[in-house]
Design a protein around this ligand. Structure first.
Ligand code: PGA
Length: 238
């Protein structure tokens, strides 16, 4: 299974950030990362400019609408993302779930993504309160049951404990291992499972060596290409 290292730039950057792709390519040339899939998810506005780039990095969106087209002011469909050359889309990030997105919405978006040949990265994860009360595995199981489309094509699952996102706090290695093995039992063996939440160069090697961790979804540490490349370099091969 190929490791997937994905950058979620969230609402950061400007048009000049398209050049970060060449910067990344110079730091970590293609031949040094041929066994790894690299994905960058910039703000939607900058997607088209980046998919035209010749650097061998996949480009994805941070969200999509479930409908193909229609009277949905401000929205972007999976069909449109495919049209401009995106290959992945993050759906159900906790920052969007916190703003009202439900499991049902996430499922419809993931289904639309699959239908149009995009790979959805479906995010799940518990709050600190749920973790402390011992409900984390049950919460994640329910999110998976409700947000993963039944007969989807290729999907990716990102386990992102909400309390670890942007906080510098990370679960213990054994907690990550336990959650990923739990998620593995609930998903197909070929589905890639990413860990996300305060991944940085200093902890990436340990996290990426955990069984059933098939990659990472990185926010803050992906904004700077040197640190993103350091994380990519910490992927170990058998
Ligand atoms: P972080 O964000 O790496 O800044 O914690 C991860 C994410 O939200 O996907």
């Amino acid at each position: 299974m190929r490791t997937l290292i994905a950058a979620n730039w969230k609402m950061h950057g400007d048009a000049s950030w398209a050049q970060k792709l060449e910067q990344f390519d110079a730091i970590l040339p293609q031949q040094e990362r041929q066994h790894i899939d690299i994905l960058i998810c910039p703000p939607a506005l900058y997607l088209a400019g980046m998919t035209r780039n010749k650097v061998a990095v996949a480009i994805g969106a941070q969200n999509c609408h479930h409908a193909d087209s229609g009277a949905y002011t401000g929205e972007i469909s999976a069909a449109m993302l495919k049209d401009i050359g995106a290959s992945y889309v993050i759906v159900g990030h906790s920052e969007r779930r916190a703003a009202g997105e439900t499991d049902e919405d996430v499922k419809m978006k993931a289904a639309a993504a699959c239908q149009h040949g995009l790979i959805p990265i479906i995010c799940v994860g518990e709050t600190l309160e749920q973790r402390e009360s011992g409900e984390a595995e049950a919460v994640v199981a329910l999110q998976l049951a409700k947000s993963v489309p039944e007969d989807s094509a290729e999907i990716v699952i990102a386990y992102e404990p909400i309390w670890a996102i942007g906080t510098g706090k990370v679960p213990t290695i054994s907690d990550i291992e336990a959650m990923h093995s739990h998620i593995r039992e609930l998903t197909l063996k070929e589905t890639r499972l990413l860990y996300g939440g305060s991944v940085k160069p200093s902890n990436a090697k340990d996290i990426l060596s955990v069984k059933n961790v098939n990659g990472a979804l990185i926010g803050g540490a992906s904004l700077e290409m040197n640190s993103f490349a350091e994380i990519v370099k910490s992927v170990q091969y058998p």
